[in-house]
Design a protein around this ligand. Structure first.
Ligand SMILES: *Cc1c(COP(=O)(O)O)cnc(C)c1O
Length: 358
């Protein structure tokens, strides 16, 4: 028996369709599609009518190009391997004024999307004036070998935060940049800004003048914020393990390494379960429950490849122990403070868990 990470393909696909909501979506497939598997995810998104993808690594962008020959593939990080970007028809961010002036010539025939920095400060042009400077310099550049300006974009750092003004601030700063440039007559084939949280905050639609919403986590089955009803986004992932045996311990017994759990009652039943932090179960997640035969039981100690779950007489050796499924969702634990949705997903150890697509 080994713990299993499994995805229900039809549930994943139908969630993607529901998230898409007939809107133009650029699916974020970074980090091996949030660890769902790049090939699997791209296939299902294509099936759901999504034909635009973005990622952070050139290696993944090339892989997406191979999987989706007709798609638009957008690389959100600037790279320096210009030939590969060009050869695979990958669109790339233009991340700063410095980068532009240094690599103007290298960028010939490459589709770039100009990035506005905003409150995250991770990348992008600092101001509207910097963007205007590039647009003007590019217009005056009579060299036939020059980049192709295809897009304009930004990334919100606060769309997942409520009760603070930052999202409204970054949203209006961006819309001001966008509207000014459009009023000046500039045109872009791709205009995108919204992550999952922003997409849902705006009513599951793309903002005016935008060509795409750049959605990640919702496509992978987790709600970006807790106000959304569970039925709006469906989780297709199950992570489950097995009861190896049941141990009975007495009041005052310490169980697990270094007094991890002190037994409070005589005849306490502990299920020894074959999954642990070595498989990617976060210590914060182990402060909550596991689901056995449809009932939630408290996890009492977490070890590398085991955990103790305090159970009752209804639990037996070989019973299945669910850590995540459609009723015990990643996002539930996000809102309980376990860690971000993507953090819980990323923690999973795909080398030790058995991986199944149903
Ligand atoms: C990860 C990422 C997204 C997607 O964010 P979600 O919250 O998962 O929807 C969008 N844009 C950029 C630049 C990102 O890095």
């Amino acid at each position: 028996m080994t713990a299993i990470w499994s995805v229900d393909t039809e549930a994943f696909y139908s969630n993607a369709k529901k998230v898409k909501n007939q809107q133009p979506i650029m699916a974020v497939v970074k980090n091996n599609a949030y660890h769902y598997g790049l090939e699997f995810a791209v296939k299902q998104f294509l099936r759901a009518g999504i034909n635009t993808f973005s990622t952070t690594s050139l290696k993944e962008a090339v892989r997406v190009r191979e999987l989706a020959p007709d798609a638009t593939v957008f690389l959100m990080n600037a790279v320096y391997d210009f030939d590969t970007v060009r050869d695979y028809h990958i669109h790339m961010t233009l991340p700063s004024l410095n980068y532009y002036y240094e690599h103007k010539a290298d960028l010939r025939d490459i589709h770039v999307h100009l990035e506005f920095e905003n409150l995250l400060h991770r990348s992008g042009f600092k101001t509207l004036e910097e963007i205007q400077q590039v647009l003007q310099d590019h217009q005056q550049n009579k060299n036939s070998e020059r980049m192709i300006i295809s897009g304009l974009w930004t990334h919100f750092g606060y769309a997942d935060e409520f009760g603070v003004p930052e999202y409204d601030e970054e949203r209006s700063a961006w819309l001001n940049v966008l509207h000014t440039l459009l009023n000046e007559g500039y045109q872009f084939d791709y205009i995108h800004s919204q992550n999952s949280a922003s997409y849902y905050r705006e009513g599951q639609v793309v903002l005016p003048h935008h060509t795409h919403a750049r959605v990640g986590i919702a496509l992978y089955g987790s709600r970006p914020y807790s106000d959304l009803d569970e039925s709006t986004i469906q989780q297709a992932l199950t992570v489950k393990a097995n009861v190896i045996q049941i141990r009975e311990v007495q009041n005052g017994d310490y169980c697990g390494y270094s007094w991890a759990f002190e037994t409070q009652h005589d005849n306490t039943k502990l299920a020894v379960v074959d999954v642990g932090y070595g498989d990617g179960i976060l210590r914060t997640r182990a402060q909550h429950e596991a689901l056995i035969n449809g009932k939630r039981y408290p996890i009492r100690a977490l070890m590398m490849s085991h955990m103790f779950v305090e159970v009752d007489e209804h639990v037996h050796a070989q019973d299945q122990v669910v850590l995540y499924n459609e009723s015990m969702r990643i996002d539930e634990y996000t809102f309980k403070g376990v860690g971000a949705n993507s953090e819980q997903l990323s923690a999973m150890n795909h080398d030790s868990l058995i991986k199944e697509y149903r």
